[in-house]
Ligand binder design. Sequence first.
Ligand SMILES: Nc1ncnc2c1ncn2[C@@H]1O[C@H](COP(=O)(O)OP(=O)(O)OP(=O)(O)O)[C@@H](O)[C@H]1O
Ligand SMILES: [Mg+2]
Length: 270
Amino acid sequence: MTRSALKAVADDLDIPYYKAVGDECELFEHAFRHRLPLLLKGPTGCGKTRFVSHMAARLGRPLYTVSCHDDLTAADLTGRYLLKGGDTVWADGPLTRAVREGAVCYLDEVVEARKDVTVVLHPLTDDRRLLPLDRTGELLEAPDDFMLVASYNPGYQNVLKTLKPSTRQRFLAIEFDFPAPEDEAVIVARESGLPEGRVAPLVRLAGALRALKGQDLEEGVSTRLLVYCATLIRSGVKPERAIRTALIEPLTDDADVRQALLRVADIALG
Ligand SMILES: Nc1ncnc2c1ncn2[C@@H]1O[C@H](COP(=O)(O)OP(=O)(O)OP(=O)(O)O)[C@@H](O)[C@H]1O
Ligand SMILES: [Mg+2]
C-alpha cells in the first residue's frame, strides 16, 4: 500500500462511523462550501448527532456541541466575564470559540432554546455572518470554515416549541428518518458487533413496532435502541430479555401498551 493510501485508511479510522442513507453527506458539503447554515430534523436516535460528528471530522473542522434547554442564555453561547483571582477575564462561549476557530457549532434540540437566545444567531446566519459581542465590544466575522448546524425533533407536537419563521428561514433543512431496513441492519451490526443475520429479525421487529407510532406510542423504537438491543444479545443476554429491556420497556410505562408490544414482538419474530 502506498503511503497516501495508508494515510487515507488511517484518516478513515479516525472519523466517527456514519453510513449515508441518502445524499445528506453531499448536501452537508455543499452547505459548508457555500457557508450556509443547516437544520436537521428527525426523530430521536436516528443518527443526527453521529452525522454531524462524522461530517465535522470529514471536513477536518473541530466540533462544538451545545445541548439547548430553556435555561440557556445568550451568554452561555457567546461567553461571559469570569472572576479569576481578583481579576475579571473574558471566557468565550462555545459559539464564539467556533467562530474564532472556524469550527462547526452544533446546536442540539435548538427548539428548546428561548427565542431571545436564538435571535443571537440571526446576524450569524445571514450573509453578513457576524457575531457581535456586546460585552467586549468585538464584532467577529465568521471565517469561511465556520458552520452552524442545528437539530430538533419535530415529533413532539408542542405548538409552543417551534422556531420563529425568521429563525428557521435562515437555515437549509434536511429531514432525517430511520434508515431503510437493509441500511439499518448494516449499521446495527457494525455498531454492536452482532452478525447481520442475527440483526435482521430485530430490524424487522423495529419496523413492526414503528408502525404502531401515533396510536399508543409517542415515538417509534430508535436505531439507538436497536444498537443497545443487539449489544446486549452480543454480550450474552437472551434475545427475549434483550428485546424487552431495549425495545419494549423504554417505549412505554403503560401495562396494556406493553402487553400489546410484546405480542407484536412474538408475532414479528415468529
Ligand atoms: N446512519 C448511521 N450511521 C451510523 N450509525 C448510526 C446511523 N444512524 C444511527 N446510528 C446509530 O444510532 C445511534 C444514535 O444516533 P444519534 O445519537 O446520532 O441520534 P440522534 O438523531 O442525534 O438522536 P437524538 O435526537 O435523541 O439526539 C448512534 O450512536 C449510532 O450508533
Ligand atoms: Mg442527538
